[in-house]
Ligand binder design. Structure first.
Ligand code: GLU
Length: 291
C-alpha cells in the first residue's frame, strides 16, 4: 500500500470513492459486547450505503498488544458475521509512515518537546483541578538544550498556539460534520496533545489520522467517547493537507454497573458469551441491531 507523504493532498473526494468505513480495534485484550456493537454498527452502515468496510489493527502499544489478542479479534469478528477486506493494515508494520508525519510537523515547528514525566503531569493536574484531566498547554522548556544534551526522554506535543498562527484565518473555519450536524472544531478540548513519546513513537491520534486518509475512509463511525478526539483530528487533517471525513458517534454499551464496558469485564467477552450459548443473532438482538 502506498504511503502518504506529509502534506500530500488526497485527490479523491467522498463522492468519488463512495462510502468507506472501518473498525480499528487495539489487540490489548479480548473483544467484548461494546466492540461487537462498534464493529456491527460500522459494518451495517457500510452495507446500507453499498460501501466498503475495512478492519485496521491499531497495535502501536508494544507493551500491551499481544498476537493472541489479534488472532482472537479475527476469529471473534468472523464468528459474528463481520467480513472485511484484506490485506488488513497493521499499524506496527508502518512505523516509518508515522515517523515521516512527525518529522514534517517537527520541521514546521508545530510540535515541541515536553520533558515532564508522567508523574509530574499528574501532580500538575491535581494542583489545577479546573483543568480538564491532564490537558496541557505550553511550549518548549527554557533549558531544552541541557536536557537534550543529557539524553532526557521527552514527548512531542502539538502546539495549539503554533497551529493557530500557522493556519491564520483557516483556524476559525475548522469544522466537520458530526452526526448530521456541522460542528465547529474546538481543538482546545484536548489541549496540546502528545503525538509521540520515547517508548511510543506514534500516538493514536497521529497514526489514526494518517491511516484514515491513506485508506480513503469517508465515514468514521465510533463510540461517543471519542467525540473530543475528532476536534483534534480535524486540526491534524488540515495541517497535513488531508480530507476530513464525516463523523458518526454511537452510544456506548454499558455494563450492569452503568459504566462503559472495559477489557477486564470478562463476562461479556464475545468468547465467554459464545461459550455460554449466545449466537451472532442473539448478540445482535441484545444490542438492538437488526439481522
Ligand atoms: N484503536 C482505537 C480504539 O480501540 C480506535 C478508535 C477509532 O475508531 O478511531 O479505541
Amino acid at each position: 500500500m502506498a504511503s502518504l507523504a506529509p502534506g500530500e493532498a488526497v485527490l479523491c473526494t467522498n463522492a468519488m470513492t463512495g462510502f468507506v468505513t472501518r473498525f480499528a480495534p487495539s489487540p490489548t485484550g479480548a473483544l467484548h459486547l461494546g466492540h461487537a456493537f462498534a464493529a456491527l454498527t460500522a459494518l451495517d452502515a457500510a452495507r446500507a450505503a453499498g460501501g466498503r468496510f475495512l478492519l485496521r489493527i491499531e497495535d502501536l502499544d508494544g507493551a500491551r498488544c499481544r498476537p493472541e489478542f489479534e488472532t482472537a479479534i479475527y476469529e471473534d469478528l468472523a464468528w459474528l458475521g463481520v467480513a472485511w477486506e484484506t490485506p488488513v493494515r497493521r499499524q506496527s508494520e508502518h512505523m516509518g509512515d508515522y515517523a515521516r508525519v512527525l518529522d514534517d510537523l517537527v520541521a514546521r515547528s508545530l510540535v515541541y518537546r515536553d520533558f515532564r514525566t508522567r508523574r509530574e503531569l499528574m501532580a500538575e493536574s491535581v494542583n489545577a483541578p479546573h483543568e480538564l484531566g491532564v490537558t496541557v498547554r505550553g511550549g518548549p522548556a527554557s533549558d531544552e538544550a541541557e536536557r537534550l544534551a543529557t539524553g532526557q526522554p521527552f514527548a512531542w506535543r502539538l502546539s495549539l498556539d503554533r497551529c493557530r498562527d500557522t493556519l491564520g484565518a483557516d483556524w476559525i473555519s475548522l469544522g466537520f460534520e458530526a452526526d448530521g450536524v456541522w460542528t465547529k472544531a474546538e481543538p482546545e478540548r484536548l489541549g496540546d496533545a502528545i503525538l509521540a513519546r520515547k517508548e511510543f513513537p506514534a500516538s493514536y491520534h497521529l497514526a489514526s489520522v494518517h491511516d484514515d486518509a491513506l485508506q480513503g475512509i469517508t465515514h468514521i463511525i465510533r463510540g461517543e467517547d471519542l467525540r473530543d478526539a475528532a476536534h483534534l483530528h480535524v486540526l491534524l487533517q488540515r495541517l497535513l493537507g488531508l480530507p476530513t471525513p464525516t463523523y458518526r458517534h454511537h452510544r456506548l454499551i454499558l455494563g450492569d454497573n452503568g459504566k462503559r464496558l472495559a477489557k477486564r469485564d470478562l463476562a461479556v467477552t464475545l468468547r465467554a458469551m459464545r461459550a455460554s450459548g449466545e449466537t451472532p443473532s442473539s448478540i445482535r438482538a441484545q444490542l438492538g441491531l437488526r439481522e
